[in-house]
Design a protein around this ligand. Structure first.
Ligand SMILES: Nc1ncnc2c1ncn2[C@@H]1O[C@H](COP(=O)(O)OP(=O)(O)OP(=O)(O)O)[C@@H](O)[C@H]1O
Ligand SMILES: [Mg+2]
Length: 506
């Protein structure tokens, strides 16, 4: 057995007297990939932030290479060879990709000035090693979520760490990007780097991890070699009971002669939507598949009015509609659960309840008169969805920023589901959400459709897209390149090949 590079023993941590970690043990062997698993709010990020020096444990001990160490700051942690990709983005949006990657470690010219050109070259080299095509001179705010995530990963990798912590690195990556990340992790592993990997995607864990540790409610449940476990067993350990429900594949066929709920003709906008036409019928779930940068998110944003179309038309229930702001989108009965939920979907300084009220006030659904809203109704809605989506929070008056990453995601999803829109657009709705809740979200989308509404769903998890969609549109370079019925796609592999352009559907 390889030597232990990290040992965390009896780690205990509470926030405001609420216990989050209760005598947790965790160990990492040299050169292994160790997956840390558990439901949203189980304590994974907190445990890793203790190792990274962001928080301090109240009790417990940390050993690195069998020597006790004191980690009181991120600096202490870095000096012990630890780097981390955080679940919440830590990049500075106004700086370039290269400036972010080498922040505080910038190259200097002979006269001591920051040498941006040199850092751009260093960044370009790192990016190309990872097979990532990003121009290092772009500002981070110009990048989509997936590319931001890749930049975060490259930043952590550039620190020559011996211990690398990845907190949900693939949540907004597509299959292709995930595979190139895995290729890189294998190389790092061969070099003896030890990796802690947090993810809710079970297939990934079984592909990449050597061992797993499961936490539940801040306690150790199991540490075991992946070879000795099945996916089903791991899910049982995570949930503490039998497996998550499987969702049934739908066989809904729309009536092509009916008036579509949403009809889009030759829609274009300079943010990457080109000449898009499609129809969404009542009762239908329409999937949008595409590679990173294909324009799926941009299309969703145009439909909702965030980046209004420059040409083309949108018809809602047969009526041509001008959707040039999100308010106009909402008034037309459209809701968008955004991909970048922390930036676009949430006001994290506010409470769960406040976040729920915002769209409802806009829609005058709370019996509001001016500034006065029906408080009880807002409370009830928030309470109902906390239960439905298993949002882990002691009260609806808790500030959203104090929730775990996945629970924050659930608040955004819940707030838009609660508006009961006619047309729901979901951009990567299950990214970062635990296995027990994924199915709930998809089932809620399906039941909206069953009530005669329409759902447009973007997902990089092809399995999920195949499970929920009645039809699938393939998006390439901002346009719809193909349209298929669910029944015409026989496997995830086939859909993947179509996306890659290896297989053209006939
Ligand atoms: N700064 C904080 N203040 C108060 N409570 C916090 C804080 N950070 C985390 N918590 C609470 O600690 C618990 C564990 O959160 P943590 O972020 O470690 O969960 P997680 O396992 O990473 O979940 P996820 O999969 O959703 O990211 C949650 O109940 C969360 O609300
Ligand atoms: Mg977390």
């Amino acid at each position: 057995m390889s030597p232990k590079i990290v040992e965390m023993k009896g780690i205990t941590k509470a926030f405001n007297h609420i216990s989050v970690l209760d005598h947790v043990d965790f160990e990492l062997q040299q050169g292994e990939i160790h997956a840390l698993l558990g439901e949203n709010g189980a304590g994974k990020s907190t445990l890793m932030k203790i190792l990274r020096g962001v928080y301090q444990a109240e009790e417990g001990q940390i050993l690195i290479n069998a020597k006790p160490v004191r980690i009181h700051s991120p600096k202490d942690s870095r000096e012990n060879g630890i780097a981390m990709v955080f679940q919440e983005f830590s990049l500075v949006p106004s700086l370039t990709v290269a400036q972010n990657i080498f922040l505080t470690r910038e190259s200097r010219t002979s006269v001591g000035l920051i040498d941006d050109r040199r850092d751009e070259k260093r960044a370009a080299k790192l990016l190309s090693e990872m097979g990532v095509e990003i121009d290092p001179s772009l500002r981070v705010e110009q990048l989509s979520t997936g590319y931001r995530q890749l930049t975060e990963i490259v930043m952590a990798l550039s620190q020559d760490a011996q211990i690398l912590i990845l907190d949900e690195p693939t949540a907004s990556l597509t299959h292709t990007e995930t595979m190139s990340l895995f290729g890189l992790l294998h190389i790092l592993k061969q070099r003896g780097i030890s990796i802690i990997y947090i993810s809710h995607r079970m297939e990934e864990i079984f592909q990449i991890a050597d061992r797993i540790t499961v936490l539940r409610d801040g306690r150790n449940i199991i540490t075991e070699s992946v070879q000795n476990l099945t996916i089903k067993q791991v899910i049982e350990h995570i949930l503490g009971h039998q497996s998550a429900k499987e969702i049934k594949i739908s066989t809904f066929e729309h009536d092509p002669t009916s008036v579509p709920l949403l009809e889009v003709n030759n829609l274009s906008c300079d943010q990457g939507v080109r000449n898009v036409s499609f129809k969404l019928f009542a009762g239908e779930v329409l999937g949008l598949a595409g590679l990173m940068g294909s324009g799926r998110t941009e299309l969703a944003r145009t439909l909702f009015g965030i980046t209004p179309a420059q040409s083309g038309e949108i018809k809602v229930k047969g009526v041509r509609t001008n959707i040039d702001t999100p308010q106009a989108g909402m008034r037309s009965g459209i809701a968008l659960i955004p991909e970048d939920r922390r930036l676009q979907g949430l006001s994290t300084a506010h409470t769960i309840k406040d976040n729920f009220e915002l769209p409802l006030i806009n829609l005058h659904r709370l019996g509001s008169q001016g500034l006065f809203v029906n408080n009880r109704k807002a409370d009830e809605l928030a309470e109902t969805y906390i239960v439905k989506l298993k949002i882990r929070a002691d009260s609806i008056h808790k500030q959203v920023k104090l929730l775990s990453g996945g629970n924050q995601q659930k608040v955004v999803i819940a707030k838009w589901l609660s508006t009961e829109p006619d047309i729901l657009i979901m951009d990567e709705p299950t990214a970062g959400v635990d296995i027990g809740t994924k199915t709930e979200i998809l089932e809620m989308a399906r039941s909206l459709a069953n009530e005669g509404k329409g759902v447009l769903i973007i997902s990089s998890e092809l399995q999920e897209l195949l499970a929920i969609s009645d039809r699938i549109l393939i998006i390439k370079q901002g346009s719809v390149s193909q349209e298929m019925k669910r029944s015409e796609i026989h496997s995830e592999e086939k859909l993947h090949q179509i996306l890659q352009g290896v297989l053209v559907h006939d």
